[in-house]
Design a binder for this molecule. Structure first.
Ligand code: ZN
Length: 470
C-alpha cells in the first residue's frame, strides 16, 4: 500500500514537472533513480508514467524523450506547440465540473476551453437561473423539468418518513447519495466541491445526501446539536471554492441547504442533508486547476486567473512564440546549464513569433572577444520584424557534470535550415513558385545583413546572479 502511495506521489511530481516544462518552453527533468537495479533498457519508463503522459499529451513521442545517465533518469521535454486548436497550454485536470445527465464529470481541457469561451461570450447576459419549479406535471408528458419540479417539492418538505420512496429519479438537476459510514460528514466534504461546481456550471440542481440507490429515504445518523456546526462547515467549504468572473459582477455562488428530519414511526431517526445550488453566471472550480509552469526556476501551480488567461485570452505563452533550433543542441545546453530556459524566456519575452538559433561559436566568427563564461550564442530572428536581428550572450552556471560539447553548426547552414523550417514556408504550399522567389530574395537579404551585422546587433549579457535568485 505504502509503495503504491509512494509511486503515485512520485508519478504526480514528475507529471507536474513535465506539464510545467511543456508550458514553459521545454526543458530537461532530471530524476534520481533510487532502485539500484533499474535499467532503462530492460525496465522502460513503467506503466504509471506511460499512462500519465498519455493522458497529458496527444502524442507522447512528439514531446518527450527519455534517457538514463548513470543513476539519473532524464526526460527531455519539448515546448507545447498548441497542436489542438486553441489549446495554448497543457493541463493535468481543469477541476471544472459539469453535469452529464446523472453524474458530475470533470471537463477535459478541450471541453473546459469550450465552456470558458461560451461563458466569456455570454457572461454578461447569463444571469443565475433561479431554481423554482419551472413546470408542473402535465398529464401524459414527462420531461426533465418535471423531475426538477418534484425535487423542488421534496426540498421544501419539513418532515420525511424513514424508507419512503422518492417519486423522482436522478437527472441533470438531481443527485442522490447515501453514506453508511460513521464519517459521513468527511465524505460530504470530499464530494461537495465537485457537485457544487457541476451544478453551478451547468443548470443548477439539488443534492440529497441520505437517500439510497433505490431512492429510499434512509437518513444520516446525527445529533441535532451538531447541525449548526455542520451547516457552518458546508458554508465555509462552498465559499472556499475558486470562481472566475467574465461578467465583472463578482457574484457569489448562490445556494441554500438544510437538514430534513427523517422520522420512523414518529421518532426522529436521522437527517437528509439537502443542498440547492443555482446556476452560476461564470465558472466555479472544485479546486485550483491542475496546471503548472516554471517560475523562478521552480515548478509552480497556476492560479485560476493565470490559467484562464492562458486558456482563453489571446496572449500566447512564451513557449509558443519561438521555435528553438537546432533542437538537439538546445536540449543539451538545457541539460548542461541550470537556468538557461529562464534566461532564454527573458531574452525573447517581448518578441512575437520567431526562431531562436543556438550556436557555440558565432561570437568568435563575428570577431568578438572570446569570453570563457559565455556558453552559447543565440540568434533571434523575429518574423514580425525580419530586419531586426539580435544576439544574446548567455552567461550561465554550468551544471556540475557537463557533457561533451556537441557538434557546431555553421551560421550559414543554420540560417538556411531555419528559413526552410519556418512557418512562412509551410503555410501556403499552393503558392510555391512565388514563395520560392520571395524566399530567395529574403535569403539574399538575410545573408547581406549577416555580412554587415554589426550595426543591428544588440548584445545582452545575462549575469549569473540574474538566474540564481531562488
Ligand atoms: Zn460572473
Amino acid at each position: 500500500m505504502k509503495d503504491r502511495q509512494l509511486r503515485k506521489k512520485q508519478n504526480d511530481k514528475i507529471s507536474r514537472a513535465v506539464c510545467a516544462e511543456l508550458n514553459s518552453g521545454g526543458g530537461v527533468i532530471k530524476a534520481e533513480i533510487e532502485n539500484e537495479n533499474y535499467s532503462f533498457k530492460t525496465d522502460g519508463i513503467g506503466l504509471d508514467l506511460e499512462n500519465s503522459f498519455g493522458n497529458l499529451l496527444p502524442c507522447v513521442r512528439k514531446y518527450l524523450d527519455f534517457m538514463q545517465q548513470d543513476n539519473y533518469f532524464l526526460i527531455f521535454v519539448k515546448s507545447w506547440s498548441s497542436e489542438i486548436p486553441g489549446l495554448k497550454i497543457v493541463t493535468l485536470s481543469s477541476n471544472l465540473y459539469k453535469r452529464d445527465i446523472t453524474s458530475a464529470k470533470v471537463m477535459d481541457p478541450i471541453a473546459a476551453l469550450e465552456f470558458l469561451k461560451d461563458r466569456k461570450e455570454r457572461g454578461e447576459v447569463l444571469s443565475p437561473k433561479p431554481l423554482s419549479p419551472p413546470k408542473r406535471l402535465c398529464f401524459g408528458v414527462q420531461e426533465e423539468s418535471n423531475i426538477e419540479a418534484a425535487a423542488a417539492d421534496f426540498f421544501n418538505r419539513t418532515k420525511l418518513k424513514y424508507k419512503e420512496k422518492l417519486t423522482f429519479t436522478e437527472s441533470t438537476h438531481v443527485e442522490m447519495k447515501q453514506f453508511s459510514t460513521e464519517k459521513w460528514f468527511q465524505r460530504i466534504k470530499e464530494i461537495l466541491p465537485q457537485y457544487v461546481s457541476a451544478f453551478a456550471n451547468t443548470d443548477g440542481g439539488y443534492l440529497f445526501i441520505g437517500v439510497n440507490e433505490d431512492k429510499q429515504v434512509i437518513g444520516l445518523r446525527a445529533e441535532s446539536s451538531d447541525l449548526d456546526k455542520w451547516k457552518g462547515e458546508i458554508e465555509t467549504s462552498i465559499r472556499k471554492l475558486p470562481v472566475y468572473h467574465f461578467c465583472g459582477r463578482n457574484r457569489e455562488i448562490k445556494y441554500s441547504h438544510k437538514f430534513l428530519g427523517v422520522y420512523d414511526e414518529g421518532h426522529l431517526c436521522g437527517y437528509v442533508c439537502a443542498l440547492k445550488i443555482q446556476r452560476f453566471c461564470c465558472a466555479v472550480f472544485a479546486k485550483e486547476p491542475d496546471s503548472w509552469h516554471v517560475e523562478d526556476n521552480r515548478v509552480r501551480q497556476m492560479t485560476v486567473n493565470e490559467w484562464i488567461r492562458f486558456m482563453v485570452d489571446a496572449e500566447p505563452m512564451p513557449s509558443e512564440k519561438t521555435t528553438y533550433v537546432p533542437e538537439a543542441l538546445y536540449m543539451k545546453l538545457l541539460l548542461q546549464h541550470e537556468g538557461l530556459a529562464q534566461v532564454v524566456h527573458k531574452a525573447v519575452g517581448s518578441v512575437h513569433q520567431g526562431t531562436l538559433i543556438f550556436s557555440r561559436s558565432w561570437s568568435l566568427d563575428l570577431g568578438l572577444q572570446e569570453n570563457e563564461n559565455v556558453i552559447c550564442d543565440a540568434l533571434l530572428i523575429s518574423k514580425d520584424c525580419p530586419p531586426t536581428v539580435k544576439i544574446c550572450l548567455c552567461n550561465i552556471i554550468p551544471r556540475p557534470n557537463t557533457m561533451k560539447a556537441v557538434q557546431r553548426d555553421t551560421l550559414k547552414n543554420t540560417i538556411e535550415k531555419s528559413k526552410c523550417n519556418s512557418k512562412q514556408c509551410k503555410r501556403n504550399p499552393q503558392e510555391d513558385r512565388k514563395k520560392l522567389k520571395r524566399n530567395e530574395q529574403q535569403r539574399e537579404q538575410t545573408k547581406q545583413k549577416m555580412g554587415d551585422l554589426s550595426p543591428n546587433i544588440s548584445i545582452i549579457t545575462l549575469c549569473t546572479w540574474s538566474i540564481c535568485t531562488s
